[in-house]
Every structure is written in C-alpha cells, then in structure tokens.
Design a protein around this ligand. Sequence first.
Ligand SMILES: CC(C)(COP(=O)(O)OP(=O)(O)OC[C@H]1O[C@@H](n2cnc3c(N)ncnc32)[C@H](O)[C@@H]1OP(=O)(O)O)[C@@H](O)C(=O)NCCC(=O)NCCS
Length: 171
Amino acid sequence: MDFTIRAATLEDCKDISRMIMELAEYEKLSDRVKVTQRDLEQDGFSKNPFFHGIIAEVPEKHKSKEGHTKVGYSLYFYTYSSWKGRAVYMEDLYVMPEFRGKGIGKALMSKVAQLGLAAGCNQLDFTVLDWNKPSLDFYLSQGCLDITANIGYHCMRCEGDALERLAQGDT
Ligand SMILES: CC(C)(COP(=O)(O)OP(=O)(O)OC[C@H]1O[C@@H](n2cnc3c(N)ncnc32)[C@H](O)[C@@H]1OP(=O)(O)O)[C@@H](O)C(=O)NCCC(=O)NCCS
C-alpha cells in the first residue's frame, strides 16, 4: 500500500489528538489523556515548540473505514544527556489497526531515527508498557534494546500540589 511520511503541521492536530486517544485506548489508559487539540496546536506549532511530529498518510483510495487518510503518527522531542550529549525521545508511535503490518510503523520510526541523527543525536529513547509484548517485539525486531533490567535507575516525577510546593520552596 502506498503511504507517505511527512512532518506534521498545525492542521494535523485534530487527527493527532484522535490518534493519541486511540493509542491511549489501546493502552487501556484513556482516562489519563488531558492534552487537547488546542494544547497540541500551542505546544507543537508555536515559536518554541515542545515537541515535533510526523504523520503517515495514505491516498484517498485507501482511506480507513471511517474516512481517515492520516493513519499513523509519531511525536518526538530532543533531550540531552550530560554523559552522551544530544538524544531524541520518541514519545508516541502509533499506526491505526487496519493499517498495521504494512511497514508504516517501521517507516515512522526510521524517520525519527533519521531526524535524530541529522540533528547530531547519539541515541533514541522511548518506553513501552510492560504488557505490550507485540510492540516490545516490534522494537526488538528494529534492533532496539530493552535496557530496563540494567539501567539501575528509578523513574521519578513531581506533579500537582507537590510540584507547586516544590516551586514555592514549601516542601
Ligand atoms: C507497534 C506499531 C507502531 C508497529 O507498526 P506496524 O506498521 O504494524 O509495523 P510494520 O508493519 O512497520 O512492521 C515492521 C517490521 O516489524 C515487524 N513486526 C511488527 N510487529 C511485530 C511483532 N509484534 N513482533 C515482531 N515483529 C514485528 C514486522 O514483521 C516488520 O518486519 P520486516 O520489516 O522484517 O517485515 C503498531 O503495531 C502499533 O501502532 N501498535 C499499537 C500501538 C503501540 O503499541 N504503539 C507503541 C507504543 S510504545
């Protein structure tokens, strides 16, 4: 099947928002999605974007049952390691169910890798849910490593009231 991979634009935010929800439903975490189409428009397409995106698109003749031609996406952003330097973080990778197994996921991930290398990055980082064996196998098939057991770190977070108190020096 023909498809193209291209940089996301402001006009794609409606479809990205739809696919973020589809991915969250697949991950059984849809109640956690707080980001709206408007947030995506502001955060990805203003002067200092917080993320970048790419879209997989099929020709009209191959549109989905519901009429969608934008059938996959990836969001990514640049990070920095004080040991290894520039890195790219892939936040999401998603292909709609009826378009899987046609090379679209591989092409999206390959594009993120290309963009990262072109920006001087040394590594591509991402996470996958522990039960998501099909995607874990997909990533392993792409030459990626599961570093969980050897990384020796806890992933930490501060949010909500704790973040407010931390910012106010009130902990
Ligand atoms: C993971 C996902 C992006 C893969 O996209 P896709 O378009 O179905 O994958 P592709 O067709 O590009 O597959 C590319 C290669 O990976 C292999 N592959 C795909 N799924 C695989 C699996 N479950 N196990 C092993 N290999 C797999 C394919 O055989 C293919 O190999 P080849 O190039 O040697 O033929 C897609 O299945 C998806 O959106 N899944 C649900 C959402 C999700 O879990 N996203 C990741 C969140 S971390």
